[in-house]
Design a binder for this molecule. Structure first.
Ligand SMILES: *[C@@H]1O[C@H](CO)[C@@H](O)[C@H](O)[C@H]1NC(C)=O
Ligand SMILES: *[C@@H]1O[C@H](CO)[C@@H](O)[C@H](O)[C@H]1NC(C)=O
Ligand SMILES: *[C@@H]1O[C@H](CO)[C@@H](O)[C@H](O)[C@H]1NC(C)=O
Ligand SMILES: *[C@@H]1O[C@H](CO)[C@@H](O)[C@H](O)[C@H]1NC(C)=O
Ligand SMILES: *[C@@H]1O[C@H](CO)[C@@H](O)[C@H](O)[C@H]1NC(C)=O
Length: 365
Protein backbone atom coordinates (compact mmCIF):
# COMPACT_ATOMS: atom_id res chain seq x y z
CA UNK A 1 0.00 0.00 0.00
CA UNK A 2 2.78 2.41 1.03
CA UNK A 3 4.76 1.37 -2.01
CA UNK A 4 1.95 1.87 -4.49
CA UNK A 5 1.17 5.27 -2.98
CA UNK A 6 4.83 6.26 -3.42
CA UNK A 7 4.79 5.10 -7.00
CA UNK A 8 1.62 7.05 -7.67
CA UNK A 9 3.12 10.13 -6.04
CA UNK A 10 6.21 10.16 -8.21
CA UNK A 11 4.13 9.36 -11.28
CA UNK A 12 1.75 12.21 -10.52
CA UNK A 13 4.60 14.68 -9.95
CA UNK A 14 6.64 13.89 -13.04
CA UNK A 15 6.86 16.61 -15.66
CA UNK A 16 5.39 15.09 -18.80
CA UNK A 17 5.00 17.91 -21.25
CA UNK A 18 1.33 17.02 -21.64
CA UNK A 19 -0.96 19.96 -20.95
CA UNK A 20 -4.19 19.55 -19.04
CA UNK A 21 -5.56 22.79 -20.48
CA UNK A 22 -8.06 22.42 -23.31
CA UNK A 23 -9.81 25.17 -25.29
CA UNK A 24 -13.29 23.68 -24.90
CA UNK A 25 -15.18 20.80 -23.29
CA UNK A 26 -13.92 17.49 -24.73
CA UNK A 27 -16.38 15.15 -26.46
CA UNK A 28 -15.06 12.04 -24.67
CA UNK A 29 -13.90 11.47 -21.08
CA UNK A 30 -10.28 12.49 -20.34
CA UNK A 31 -8.60 14.61 -17.69
CA UNK A 32 -8.79 18.33 -18.57
CA UNK A 33 -8.68 21.86 -17.27
CA UNK A 34 -10.72 24.82 -18.56
CA UNK A 35 -10.17 28.52 -17.92
CA UNK A 36 -13.02 30.52 -16.42
CA UNK A 37 -15.73 30.96 -19.04
CA UNK A 38 -14.33 28.34 -21.44
CA UNK A 39 -16.33 25.31 -22.51
CA UNK A 40 -19.13 24.22 -24.80
CA UNK A 41 -21.36 27.25 -25.31
CA UNK A 42 -25.06 27.64 -25.93
CA UNK A 43 -26.65 30.88 -27.21
CA UNK A 44 -28.01 32.96 -24.36
CA UNK A 45 -25.07 33.03 -21.94
CA UNK A 46 -24.71 29.39 -20.92
CA UNK A 47 -21.47 27.39 -20.89
CA UNK A 48 -21.15 23.64 -20.24
CA UNK A 49 -17.65 22.96 -18.87
CA UNK A 50 -18.66 19.35 -18.11
CA UNK A 51 -21.13 17.37 -20.23
CA UNK A 52 -22.39 13.81 -20.38
CA UNK A 53 -19.91 13.27 -23.21
CA UNK A 54 -16.93 14.70 -21.31
CA UNK A 55 -17.75 12.91 -18.06
CA UNK A 56 -18.83 9.49 -19.34
CA UNK A 57 -22.44 10.41 -18.38
CA UNK A 58 -21.49 11.08 -14.74
CA UNK A 59 -22.82 14.65 -14.59
CA UNK A 60 -23.26 17.91 -16.45
CA UNK A 61 -22.15 21.30 -15.14
CA UNK A 62 -23.90 24.30 -16.65
CA UNK A 63 -22.87 27.89 -15.93
CA UNK A 64 -25.42 30.56 -16.75
CA UNK A 65 -24.10 34.11 -16.48
CA UNK A 66 -26.83 36.63 -17.19
CA UNK A 67 -28.68 39.63 -15.91
CA UNK A 68 -31.91 39.75 -13.96
CA UNK A 69 -34.73 37.81 -15.58
CA UNK A 70 -37.06 40.69 -14.67
CA UNK A 71 -39.58 38.28 -13.20
CA UNK A 72 -39.49 35.95 -16.21
CA UNK A 73 -39.00 32.35 -15.28
CA UNK A 74 -39.04 28.99 -16.95
CA UNK A 75 -42.38 27.23 -16.40
CA UNK A 76 -42.56 25.10 -13.23
CA UNK A 77 -41.56 21.54 -14.13
CA UNK A 78 -40.39 18.18 -12.85
CA UNK A 79 -37.61 15.82 -13.92
CA UNK A 80 -38.24 12.14 -13.24
CA UNK A 81 -34.74 10.87 -13.90
CA UNK A 82 -32.55 13.96 -13.45
CA UNK A 83 -31.36 15.43 -10.16
CA UNK A 84 -30.64 19.16 -10.44
CA UNK A 85 -28.67 21.40 -8.10
CA UNK A 86 -28.70 25.20 -8.23
CA UNK A 87 -25.55 26.83 -6.87
CA UNK A 88 -25.17 30.61 -6.99
CA UNK A 89 -21.64 31.84 -7.63
CA UNK A 90 -22.46 35.55 -7.87
CA UNK A 91 -25.56 37.70 -7.88
CA UNK A 92 -28.80 36.20 -6.57
CA UNK A 93 -31.20 33.52 -7.79
CA UNK A 94 -34.66 32.71 -6.46
CA UNK A 95 -35.56 29.01 -6.56
CA UNK A 96 -38.89 27.40 -5.69
CA UNK A 97 -39.42 23.68 -5.04
CA UNK A 98 -41.88 21.11 -3.73
CA UNK A 99 -42.08 17.34 -4.02
CA UNK A 100 -44.57 16.50 -6.80
CA UNK A 101 -46.57 13.78 -5.01
CA UNK A 102 -47.06 15.74 -1.80
CA UNK A 103 -47.78 18.89 -3.82
CA UNK A 104 -50.57 17.05 -5.69
CA UNK A 105 -51.93 15.61 -2.42
CA UNK A 106 -51.48 18.95 -0.63
CA UNK A 107 -49.55 17.25 2.19
CA UNK A 108 -46.40 19.39 2.00
CA UNK A 109 -45.65 23.11 1.89
CA UNK A 110 -43.92 24.83 -1.01
CA UNK A 111 -40.46 26.22 -0.25
CA UNK A 112 -38.50 29.06 -1.82
CA UNK A 113 -35.13 30.61 -1.07
CA UNK A 114 -33.14 33.55 -2.38
CA UNK A 115 -29.73 32.03 -3.15
CA UNK A 116 -26.74 34.35 -2.82
CA UNK A 117 -23.09 33.43 -3.51
CA UNK A 118 -22.28 29.98 -2.07
CA UNK A 119 -25.90 29.05 -1.36
CA UNK A 120 -27.42 25.91 -2.85
CA UNK A 121 -30.82 24.47 -3.53
CA UNK A 122 -30.92 20.77 -4.42
CA UNK A 123 -33.88 19.55 -6.46
CA UNK A 124 -34.19 15.75 -6.23
CA UNK A 125 -36.07 13.70 -8.83
CA UNK A 126 -39.82 14.26 -8.93
CA UNK A 127 -39.63 17.76 -7.43
CA UNK A 128 -41.57 20.66 -8.98
CA UNK A 129 -39.25 23.63 -9.42
CA UNK A 130 -38.81 26.95 -11.14
CA UNK A 131 -36.33 29.79 -10.73
CA UNK A 132 -35.48 33.33 -11.70
CA UNK A 133 -32.28 35.39 -11.74
CA UNK A 134 -32.42 38.54 -9.63
CA UNK A 135 -29.31 40.66 -10.24
CA UNK A 136 -27.55 42.32 -13.22
CA UNK A 137 -24.51 40.01 -13.00
CA UNK A 138 -25.73 36.63 -11.78
CA UNK A 139 -23.74 33.41 -12.24
CA UNK A 140 -25.70 30.24 -11.59
CA UNK A 141 -23.95 26.86 -11.65
CA UNK A 142 -26.35 24.03 -12.39
CA UNK A 143 -25.34 20.44 -11.75
CA UNK A 144 -27.48 17.89 -13.61
CA UNK A 145 -27.14 14.18 -12.89
CA UNK A 146 -26.79 11.94 -14.79
CA UNK A 147 -24.89 13.80 -17.50
CA UNK A 148 -26.64 13.94 -20.86
CA UNK A 149 -29.61 16.08 -19.84
CA UNK A 150 -27.88 18.96 -21.65
CA UNK A 151 -28.87 17.38 -24.98
CA UNK A 152 -32.28 18.92 -24.23
CA UNK A 153 -30.85 22.42 -24.49
CA UNK A 154 -28.98 21.65 -27.71
CA UNK A 155 -31.89 19.89 -29.39
CA UNK A 156 -34.84 22.11 -28.52
CA UNK A 157 -35.37 25.87 -28.68
CA UNK A 158 -35.89 26.14 -24.91
CA UNK A 159 -33.11 27.84 -22.99
CA UNK A 160 -32.02 27.09 -19.43
CA UNK A 161 -31.55 30.82 -19.07
CA UNK A 162 -34.90 32.43 -18.21
CA UNK A 163 -33.77 35.75 -19.73
CA UNK A 164 -33.37 34.15 -23.13
CA UNK A 165 -36.37 31.87 -22.78
CA UNK A 166 -39.58 32.75 -24.55
CA UNK A 167 -41.48 29.80 -23.11
CA UNK A 168 -43.67 31.67 -20.67
CA UNK A 169 -45.73 33.07 -23.51
CA UNK A 170 -46.08 29.75 -25.33
CA UNK A 171 -47.87 26.55 -24.49
CA UNK A 172 -45.18 23.90 -24.19
CA UNK A 173 -45.37 20.73 -26.26
CA UNK A 174 -45.85 18.21 -23.45
CA UNK A 175 -45.08 15.11 -25.49
CA UNK A 176 -41.86 16.56 -26.87
CA UNK A 177 -40.74 17.77 -23.44
CA UNK A 178 -41.40 14.38 -21.84
CA UNK A 179 -38.89 12.85 -24.24
CA UNK A 180 -36.28 15.10 -22.61
CA UNK A 181 -37.37 14.32 -19.03
CA UNK A 182 -39.13 17.67 -18.65
CA UNK A 183 -42.71 17.55 -17.27
CA UNK A 184 -44.35 20.99 -16.97
CA UNK A 185 -46.56 21.64 -13.92
CA UNK A 186 -48.42 24.68 -15.14
CA UNK A 187 -50.81 24.87 -12.14
CA UNK A 188 -47.94 25.32 -9.70
CA UNK A 189 -48.03 28.93 -8.43
CA UNK A 190 -44.67 30.12 -7.07
CA UNK A 191 -45.28 31.79 -3.71
CA UNK A 192 -44.27 35.45 -3.46
CA UNK A 193 -44.12 35.92 0.32
CA UNK A 194 -40.35 35.75 0.90
CA UNK A 195 -39.10 37.26 4.16
CA UNK A 196 -35.38 37.30 4.95
CA UNK A 197 -34.59 35.24 1.87
CA UNK A 198 -36.98 32.38 2.47
CA UNK A 199 -40.56 31.15 2.64
CA UNK A 200 -41.68 27.67 3.61
CA UNK A 201 -40.31 25.37 6.29
CA UNK A 202 -36.67 25.00 7.32
CA UNK A 203 -33.84 27.20 8.49
CA UNK A 204 -31.91 29.52 6.21
CA UNK A 205 -29.47 32.14 7.52
CA UNK A 206 -31.13 31.85 10.92
CA UNK A 207 -29.98 28.41 12.04
CA UNK A 208 -28.27 25.13 11.14
CA UNK A 209 -29.09 23.75 7.69
CA UNK A 210 -29.02 20.00 8.25
CA UNK A 211 -29.03 17.46 5.42
CA UNK A 212 -32.11 15.20 5.28
CA UNK A 213 -31.76 11.45 4.90
CA UNK A 214 -34.02 11.15 1.86
CA UNK A 215 -35.12 12.89 -1.34
CA UNK A 216 -38.69 13.78 -0.33
CA UNK A 217 -38.18 17.58 -0.37
CA UNK A 218 -35.80 20.16 -1.83
CA UNK A 219 -32.55 20.54 0.15
CA UNK A 220 -31.30 24.01 1.04
CA UNK A 221 -27.88 24.93 2.40
CA UNK A 222 -26.89 28.55 3.00
CA UNK A 223 -23.15 29.19 2.67
CA UNK A 224 -21.40 27.98 5.85
CA UNK A 225 -24.70 27.09 7.58
CA UNK A 226 -24.57 23.42 6.61
CA UNK A 227 -22.55 20.58 8.20
CA UNK A 228 -18.77 21.12 8.32
CA UNK A 229 -15.90 18.67 8.80
CA UNK A 230 -12.22 19.36 9.49
CA UNK A 231 -9.60 17.05 8.01
CA UNK A 232 -6.05 17.68 9.34
CA UNK A 233 -4.17 14.95 7.47
CA UNK A 234 -0.86 15.46 5.66
CA UNK A 235 0.10 18.68 7.43
CA UNK A 236 -2.71 20.83 6.12
CA UNK A 237 -6.31 21.65 6.91
CA UNK A 238 -9.35 20.97 4.76
CA UNK A 239 -12.85 22.04 5.74
CA UNK A 240 -15.40 19.96 3.87
CA UNK A 241 -18.84 21.57 3.49
CA UNK A 242 -21.07 18.90 1.93
CA UNK A 243 -24.13 20.29 0.14
CA UNK A 244 -25.35 16.89 -0.92
CA UNK A 245 -23.68 13.50 -0.30
CA UNK A 246 -24.57 10.04 -1.60
CA UNK A 247 -27.17 9.86 1.16
CA UNK A 248 -29.20 12.69 -0.40
CA UNK A 249 -28.71 11.49 -4.00
CA UNK A 250 -29.18 7.72 -3.79
CA UNK A 251 -25.40 7.47 -4.29
CA UNK A 252 -25.48 9.08 -7.71
CA UNK A 253 -23.32 12.14 -6.93
CA UNK A 254 -22.10 14.56 -4.31
CA UNK A 255 -21.44 18.29 -4.29
CA UNK A 256 -19.94 20.71 -1.80
CA UNK A 257 -17.02 23.01 -1.12
CA UNK A 258 -13.59 22.48 0.38
CA UNK A 259 -11.55 25.21 2.07
CA UNK A 260 -7.88 24.28 1.98
CA UNK A 261 -4.81 25.60 3.81
CA UNK A 262 -1.28 25.57 2.45
CA UNK A 263 0.98 23.02 4.17
CA UNK A 264 1.51 24.09 7.77
CA UNK A 265 4.07 23.39 10.48
CA UNK A 266 7.00 23.22 8.08
CA UNK A 267 5.47 20.19 6.41
CA UNK A 268 7.41 19.10 3.34
CA UNK A 269 4.32 19.67 1.26
CA UNK A 270 3.59 16.37 -0.45
CA UNK A 271 0.02 16.43 -1.60
CA UNK A 272 -1.52 12.98 -1.14
CA UNK A 273 -2.65 11.20 -4.29
CA UNK A 274 -6.39 10.76 -4.59
CA UNK A 275 -7.68 7.62 -6.27
CA UNK A 276 -11.43 7.82 -6.69
CA UNK A 277 -13.78 5.22 -8.12
CA UNK A 278 -15.92 8.06 -9.50
CA UNK A 279 -15.33 11.18 -11.61
CA UNK A 280 -14.36 14.45 -9.90
CA UNK A 281 -14.72 18.07 -11.00
CA UNK A 282 -13.31 21.05 -9.08
CA UNK A 283 -13.97 24.75 -9.67
CA UNK A 284 -11.83 27.27 -7.80
CA UNK A 285 -13.65 30.04 -5.93
CA UNK A 286 -10.90 31.69 -3.89
CA UNK A 287 -7.11 31.59 -3.75
CA UNK A 288 -5.00 29.42 -6.04
CA UNK A 289 -5.05 25.65 -6.43
CA UNK A 290 -2.36 23.50 -7.99
CA UNK A 291 -3.75 20.28 -9.45
CA UNK A 292 -1.63 17.44 -10.77
CA UNK A 293 -3.21 14.63 -12.76
CA UNK A 294 -1.15 11.56 -13.52
CA UNK A 295 0.35 11.85 -17.00
CA UNK A 296 -0.02 15.65 -17.21
CA UNK A 297 1.92 18.69 -16.09
CA UNK A 298 0.58 20.43 -12.95
CA UNK A 299 -1.85 23.29 -13.55
CA UNK A 300 -2.45 26.37 -11.41
CA UNK A 301 -6.12 27.30 -11.10
CA UNK A 302 -7.62 30.60 -10.00
CA UNK A 303 -11.16 31.89 -9.65
CA UNK A 304 -13.58 30.15 -12.02
CA UNK A 305 -11.09 27.67 -13.50
CA UNK A 306 -12.20 24.03 -13.59
CA UNK A 307 -10.50 20.64 -13.57
CA UNK A 308 -12.22 17.40 -14.54
CA UNK A 309 -10.69 14.05 -13.53
CA UNK A 310 -12.28 10.81 -14.78
CA UNK A 311 -12.88 7.88 -12.42
CA UNK A 312 -9.81 5.83 -11.38
CA UNK A 313 -7.32 8.51 -12.45
CA UNK A 314 -4.74 9.48 -9.79
CA UNK A 315 -4.56 13.18 -8.99
CA UNK A 316 -3.46 15.50 -6.22
CA UNK A 317 -4.06 19.12 -5.26
CA UNK A 318 -2.46 21.76 -3.05
CA UNK A 319 -3.29 25.31 -1.99
CA UNK A 320 -0.84 27.91 -3.32
CA UNK A 321 -2.55 30.70 -1.37
CA UNK A 322 -4.07 30.94 2.05
CA UNK A 323 -7.76 30.03 2.37
CA UNK A 324 -8.07 28.47 -1.06
CA UNK A 325 -11.59 27.32 -1.71
CA UNK A 326 -13.13 25.19 -4.41
CA UNK A 327 -16.50 23.67 -5.27
CA UNK A 328 -16.48 19.94 -6.04
CA UNK A 329 -18.83 17.58 -7.81
CA UNK A 330 -18.22 13.82 -7.75
CA UNK A 331 -19.98 11.16 -9.79
CA UNK A 332 -21.05 8.99 -6.84
CA UNK A 333 -21.46 8.79 -3.10
CA UNK A 334 -17.93 7.60 -2.32
CA UNK A 335 -15.74 10.19 -3.97
CA UNK A 336 -13.24 12.76 -2.72
CA UNK A 337 -15.55 14.28 -0.08
CA UNK A 338 -16.41 10.86 1.31
CA UNK A 339 -12.73 9.92 1.59
CA UNK A 340 -11.89 13.19 3.36
CA UNK A 341 -14.88 13.11 5.71
CA UNK A 342 -14.06 9.53 6.73
CA UNK A 343 -10.86 10.95 8.29
CA UNK A 344 -12.33 14.21 9.59
CA UNK A 345 -14.09 15.45 12.68
CA UNK A 346 -17.18 17.62 12.99
CA UNK A 347 -16.20 21.29 12.93
CA UNK A 348 -18.25 24.38 13.69
CA UNK A 349 -16.30 27.20 12.05
CA UNK A 350 -15.90 28.44 8.49
CA UNK A 351 -12.19 28.96 9.29
CA UNK A 352 -9.52 26.35 9.82
CA UNK A 353 -7.63 26.61 13.12
CA UNK A 354 -4.72 28.84 12.11
CA UNK A 355 -7.03 31.06 10.08
CA UNK A 356 -9.55 31.74 12.81
CA UNK A 357 -9.54 35.49 13.47
CA UNK A 358 -8.93 36.16 17.14
CA UNK A 359 -10.98 38.83 18.83
CA UNK A 360 -7.71 40.63 19.65
CA UNK A 361 -7.25 41.43 15.95
CA UNK A 362 -10.63 43.06 15.59
CA UNK A 363 -11.37 46.70 16.07
CA UNK A 364 -13.49 47.47 19.06
CA UNK A 365 -15.57 50.61 19.25
C1 LIG B 1 -22.37 14.15 -27.48
O1 LIG B 1 -21.87 13.19 -28.36
C2 LIG B 1 -22.84 12.77 -29.33
C3 LIG B 1 -22.23 11.60 -30.10
O2 LIG B 1 -21.02 12.00 -30.66
C4 LIG B 1 -23.20 13.94 -30.22
O3 LIG B 1 -24.17 13.54 -31.13
C5 LIG B 1 -23.75 15.05 -29.35
O4 LIG B 1 -24.00 16.20 -30.14
C6 LIG B 1 -22.77 15.43 -28.24
N1 LIG B 1 -23.42 16.35 -27.35
C7 LIG B 1 -22.92 17.55 -27.02
C8 LIG B 1 -23.75 18.38 -26.09
O5 LIG B 1 -21.85 17.94 -27.41
C1 LIG C 1 -53.95 22.56 1.42
O1 LIG C 1 -53.68 22.39 2.80
C2 LIG C 1 -53.71 23.59 3.53
C3 LIG C 1 -53.25 23.34 4.96
O2 LIG C 1 -53.30 22.01 5.30
C4 LIG C 1 -55.09 24.21 3.47
O3 LIG C 1 -55.13 25.43 4.18
C5 LIG C 1 -55.46 24.45 2.02
O4 LIG C 1 -56.80 24.92 1.92
C6 LIG C 1 -55.31 23.18 1.20
N1 LIG C 1 -55.48 23.51 -0.21
C7 LIG C 1 -56.31 22.84 -0.99
C8 LIG C 1 -56.38 23.30 -2.42
O5 LIG C 1 -56.96 21.89 -0.60
C1 LIG D 1 -37.42 12.34 4.98
O1 LIG D 1 -36.54 13.04 5.82
C2 LIG D 1 -37.16 14.03 6.60
C3 LIG D 1 -36.09 14.82 7.31
O2 LIG D 1 -34.93 14.08 7.52
C4 LIG D 1 -38.15 13.35 7.55
O3 LIG D 1 -38.81 14.33 8.34
C5 LIG D 1 -39.18 12.58 6.73
O4 LIG D 1 -40.03 11.86 7.58
C6 LIG D 1 -38.50 11.62 5.78
N1 LIG D 1 -39.49 11.07 4.88
C7 LIG D 1 -39.51 9.80 4.52
C8 LIG D 1 -40.56 9.39 3.55
O5 LIG D 1 -38.72 8.97 4.95
C1 LIG E 1 0.33 22.12 13.51
O1 LIG E 1 0.88 22.02 14.81
C2 LIG E 1 -0.04 22.34 15.86
C3 LIG E 1 0.74 22.34 17.18
O2 LIG E 1 1.47 21.15 17.31
C4 LIG E 1 -1.16 21.30 15.85
O3 LIG E 1 -2.12 21.61 16.86
C5 LIG E 1 -1.86 21.36 14.49
O4 LIG E 1 -2.85 20.35 14.42
C6 LIG E 1 -0.85 21.14 13.37
N1 LIG E 1 -1.52 21.34 12.09
C7 LIG E 1 -1.65 20.40 11.17
C8 LIG E 1 -2.43 20.75 9.95
O5 LIG E 1 -1.16 19.28 11.29
C1 LIG F 1 -31.72 4.13 -5.93
O1 LIG F 1 -30.87 3.46 -6.84
C2 LIG F 1 -31.20 2.10 -7.05
C3 LIG F 1 -30.18 1.50 -8.02
O2 LIG F 1 -28.90 1.94 -7.73
C4 LIG F 1 -32.57 1.99 -7.65
O3 LIG F 1 -32.92 0.62 -7.78
C5 LIG F 1 -33.57 2.70 -6.74
O4 LIG F 1 -34.83 2.71 -7.36
C6 LIG F 1 -33.14 4.13 -6.48
N1 LIG F 1 -34.03 4.74 -5.51
C7 LIG F 1 -34.59 5.93 -5.69
C8 LIG F 1 -35.46 6.42 -4.60
O5 LIG F 1 -34.38 6.59 -6.69
Amino acid sequence: MQLSLGVLLSAACAVTGASLWVPTTPQAPRPYALKKGDGLKLDGGSVFPVTGNSSGKAFCILNTNAGSSGGTTVFPHVHKRTYENFYTVKGRVQLWGQNLDSYLKNTSVQQTRILGPGDIGAIPYNTVHTFTLLEPDTLLTGVLVPGGFEEFFFNTNLSPNPVASSTDSETPDMAELAEWDVYPQLDFVPRQDVVNGRAGPGNWYDGANTLPSNMSAPIWVAKNYGPKFLNSENGRYQIINPLVTGQQTNNTFSQGTITLSPFTNGSSGKAPVIMSSVATALTVEEGQLEVTVQGYDPVELINGDLVFVPAKTPFSYAAKADFTKFMYVTGGGQGLDYQLMAKAGAWDSAFYPEEKPSSGRMFRI
